[in-house]
Design a protein around this ligand. Sequence first.
Ligand SMILES: Nc1ncnc2c1ncn2[C@@H]1O[C@H](COP(=O)(O)OP(=O)(O)O)[C@@H](O)[C@H]1O
Ligand SMILES: [Mg+2]
Length: 310
Amino acid sequence: MTSTAIAVSGLRKAFKDKVVLDGIDLEVPAGSIFSLLGPNGAGKTTTVNVLTTLIGADGGTARVAGYDVQTDAKAVRAAIGVTGQFAAVDELLTGRENLQLMVDLSRSVDGDVVQKLLDRFDLTGSADKAVSTYSGGMSRKLDLAMTLVGNPQIIFLDEPTTGLDPRSRRTMWTIIRELVADGVTVFLTTQYLEEADQLADRIAVLDQGRLVAQGTPDELKRQLPGTHVRLRFTTPAELDAASRLFPDATRDDEALALKVPSDGGTKSLRGVLDRLDEYELSAEEFSVHTPDLDDVFLALTGHTTEVVAS
Ligand SMILES: Nc1ncnc2c1ncn2[C@@H]1O[C@H](COP(=O)(O)OP(=O)(O)O)[C@@H](O)[C@H]1O
Ligand SMILES: [Mg+2]
């Protein structure tokens, strides 16, 4: 396999007269995690569907594992695993039966693969229960386990954690990191900046059919209003005094609030509090704000994530 897992150039896709992908270029090195970040309706699933040969593109080229998705779809399919946005598991079957079904459909020769995957995903205890009794996190794990049956080199995960509780989300992140440690390439879509930041080597931001930014999480975050501490005071005099203490801060006179840049770590938070203490100032309210998808879009595009209804 080449060192480029996915290479996309000028990719276009429209549904009737609605342009969904308007010329997309991206490159994903083998063994890395690439995250396509965008709000609902941005075209993430459409991109995944083209790259996984489920639908054809209208223009441009896409190579996955070195094969052209248009002309060599079969070879692409043999190299990839796909976990869709909506779980592909059969609710009426048990976890074990779902996995066995995948094994039977694939040409897997490893007789133990079902049990190995159940163990790996901590699903053995519920393996013989119908999937309809599983939690959302368990279904997602099973879905991902099913994706791994054929030992794919490249895995597409379409919003793998949307709707999961924070604990299941973290479990999923751990599993994704382990996959990459094993040399697998992961193409991940998400609506969460934090998720892309946690997992991805590179992030591309999709907005209205175009990639409006691409880079490492750090490169991207440098373009954003950073993490900051928000201090709210009760009087304008206190706000004045505080803003003299923190010359880098931006003030909101109406809200009597001060936004102090900070990395959000305990050390820098303590620094802010100590400095207030030193001058016998106390904030009415103290909160840490990390940028979210709305901040990303506002910074990169001048608008928020509102997507015009189709
Ligand atoms: N088969 C289809 N026919 C018509 N419109 C579609 C189809 N699939 C997706 N779309 C439209 O394309 C846009 C992008 O959809 P999608 O790729 O699912 O976005 P995302 O996964 O980022 O939420 C949406 O406006 C959606 O309504
Ligand atoms: Mg989608």
